[in-house]
Design a protein. Structure first.
Length: 156
């Protein structure tokens, strides 16, 4: 069974990025630059990107059809996954995490692997529906082993 050329190239680029700590450290030191991996046709992911830009972050988008490979390479626990994965300041950001929580993360610099908003709760950044319902949701912190804890709660 052969791997499609695009999938092979995506995996090669991701493997190269993860294999070179200097590249990661350069991005980790720029705490206003968010690297986002998303499906090119995902509208809610673009909504989250717009939210991050409005909050003053520079966003670099990597459109990929191999988002599951990105999550695996970044050690995002399966139960915490959402539609897009990002990296900022050396932390993994999974899903529709509000910019305010990311700013707090970058200020406090806790010893965690990242933050996640599992699923796609209505009312979270990028999941807004004008005049629609809003879900209460938690932002979870997680460590390298996948242990999660509530980082913040949002009761829109």
């Amino acid at each position: 069974m052969s791997i499609p050329r695009t999938a092979f190239l995506v995996k090669l680029v991701l493997a190269a990025f993860l294999a070179f700590p200097a590249a990661q450290n350069a991005l980790a030191n720029d705490s206003k630059t968010v690297e986002v991996w998303k499906d090119p046709s995902c509208g809610c992911c673009q909504g989250w990107v717009d939210h991050m830009r409005a909050a003053g972050f520079e966003v670099r988008i990597h459109n990929t059809g191999e988002i599951d490979a990105v999550k695996t390479m970044n050690r995002v626990p399966q139960e915490l996954t959402s539609c897009h994965t990002a990296n900022i300041g050396g932390y993994i950001i999974e899903g529709h995490v509000p910019a305010s929580d990311i700013m707090r993360l970058l200020k406090e610099k806790p010893q965690i692997h990242g933050l996640a908003v599992p699923g796609m709760p209505l009312g979270s950044p990028g999941m807004e529906v004008p005049g629609g319902d809003k879900d209460a949701y938690d932002v979870l912190s997680f460590d390298e082993r996948g242990n999660a804890a509530v980082y913040s709660s949002h009761h829109n």
